[in-house]
Design a binder for this molecule. Structure first.
Ligand SMILES: Cc1ncc(COP(=O)(O)O)c(C=O)c1O
Length: 308
C-alpha cells in the first residue's frame, strides 16, 4: 500500500501520478486527505477520490465539522476497512457527533461553502506573500492550499521560539520542520500558518498583511512581556472587527470532543472574545484544546457555529 497525504505541504499532490505508480507496482492507493479534503469539498482543488482505493480524512480541519474522521473506499476494500476499524478501534457511536458530521457535509453542498474554500486559498496565498515581505521565506515560494510553511531563520529564532512568542502574543500557530531542517523536529526552523479560521470569521486578503505584520512583530519582539502584551492587544483589535459569534447569542456548536458527547454548549460573546464555555449537561469546560483556545489571528482549524 502507498499512502499519500501531508500535514504541512503547501502544494497540490499529483494523485494521477501516484495512481500510475501504484498500478505499476501493484500497490493499493490510500490517500490521507485529512488536511485538504475541505478544499476538495468546496471544489477549490482537484479530488483524489477518482484515483484512490481508500481516502481517509478528519472532519475538523478545513472541513469545519466536528472532531472525527471518515473513510471512503472502493467496494472491494470495504470489508477489510470495516474489519480494521471495528472491533478494536471503534466504540459505540456518538450520535450527536454523527449528526454534526451530517450538518457539516450538508453545508459543504452550499454555494457559501465553495466561496469559503476559494477564499481560504486566496487568504493563504496573500498571507504567505505578506510574510515574505516581512522577510521570511515561504517554503516552495507560496501555497496552493489552506496553509503556508514559513522558514523563520532570517529572524534569528527557531520555530519553537517563534511558536512560543506568537502564543504569548495571542496568535496560534505551530512550529514546523522545513525541508533539510538543521534543527531537530522538536525545535525546527519553521512555522505553519493556516487560514480557515480567519476566513470563517470573515477576513479576506485585505487583512492578511496585518496578520503577517503581527506575526513578524510577535516573533521579533515577543520575548519582551510588555511588547507581547501590546501585540496581543492589537490582535484583539483585529479579531474584534470580525466577531466569531453573533452578539450575546446562545450558539449550538458542532465541535465535540471525545470526552464529552453533549451537543449543547453555551458560548457567551463579548466583544468577539470566546468566553469560557461549559457543556450544560456534564459541566466540563470546553475549548481547552489548542486549536480553539484563542480566536487570535491564525488558527488552523475552523470552528463552525450554527444558531439554533
Ligand atoms: C495528514 C494528517 N492526517 C491525519 C491527521 C489526524 O488528525 P487528528 O489527530 O486530529 O484526528 C492529521 C492531524 O493533524 C494530519 O495532519
Amino acid at each position: 500500500m502507498i499512502c499519500s497525504g501531508a500535514t504541512a505541504y503547501p502544494r497540490l499532490i499529483d494523485f494521477k501520478k501516484i495512481r500510475e505508480i501504484c498500478d505499476e507496482v501493484g500497490a493499493i492507493m490510500w490517500v490521507d486527505a485529512a488536511h485538504f479534503i475541505g478544499l476538495v469539498a468546496g471544489k477549490a482543488i482537484p479530488s483524489p477520490v477518482p484515483y484512490a482505493d481508500v481516502v481517509s480524512f478528519t472532519t475538523h480541519k478545513v472541513l469545519r465539522g466536528p472532531r472525527g474522521g471518515m473513510i471512503l473506499s472502493k467496494a472491494e476494500h470495504a470489508a477489510a476497512v470495516d474489519k480494521a476499524v471495528f472491533p478494536g478501534m471503534q466504540g459505540g457511536p456518538i450520535m450527536s457527533a454523527v449528526a454534526a458530521k451530517a450538518v457539516a457535509l450538508k453545508e459543504c453542498l452550499e454555494p457559501a461553502y465553495q466561496a469559503y474554500a476559494k477564499q481560504v486559498i486566496e487568504n493563504a496565498r496573500a498571507l504567505a506573500g505578506a510574510l515574505e515581505k516581512e522577510g521570511m521565506r515561504a517554503v516552495s515560494g507560496g501555497t496552493d492550499t489552506h496553509l503556508a510553511l514559513i522558514d523563520v531563520r532570517s529572524t534569528g529564532v527557531t520555530g519553537k521560539v517563534a511558536d512560543e512568542r506568537c502564543g504569548k502574543s495571542g496568535i496560534t500557530l505551530n512550529k514546523n520542520a522545513i525541508p533539510y531542517d538543521p534543527q531537530t523536529p522538536a525545535v525546527t526552523s519553521g512555522i505553519r500558518v493556516g487560514t480557515p479560521a480567519v476566513t470563517t470569521q470573515g477576513m479576506t486578503t485585505s487583512e492578511m498583511p496585518e496578520i503577517a505584520a503581527l506575526i513578524a512583530r510577535a516573533i521579533r519582539d515577543g520575548e519582551d512581556e510588555a511588547k507581547a502584551a501590546a501585540i496581543k492587544s492589537d490582535v484583539s483589535a483585529l479579531t474584534s472587527r470580525f466577531p466569531a459569534y453573533p452578539s450575546n447569542a446562545r450558539v449550538l456548536t458542532s465541535f465535540i470532543n471525545s470526552r464529552c458527547a453533549h451537543l449543547y454548549v453555551d458560548a457567551a460573546n463579548s466583544k468577539s472574545r470566546l468566553k469560557v464555555s461549559r457543556c450544560r449537561k456534564c459541566a466540563r469546560a470546553r475549548y481547552s484544546s489548542r486549536s480553539h483556545r484563542s480566536m487570535g489571528a491564525v488558527l488552523l482549524c475552523g470552528l463552525r457555529l450554527v444558531q439554533p
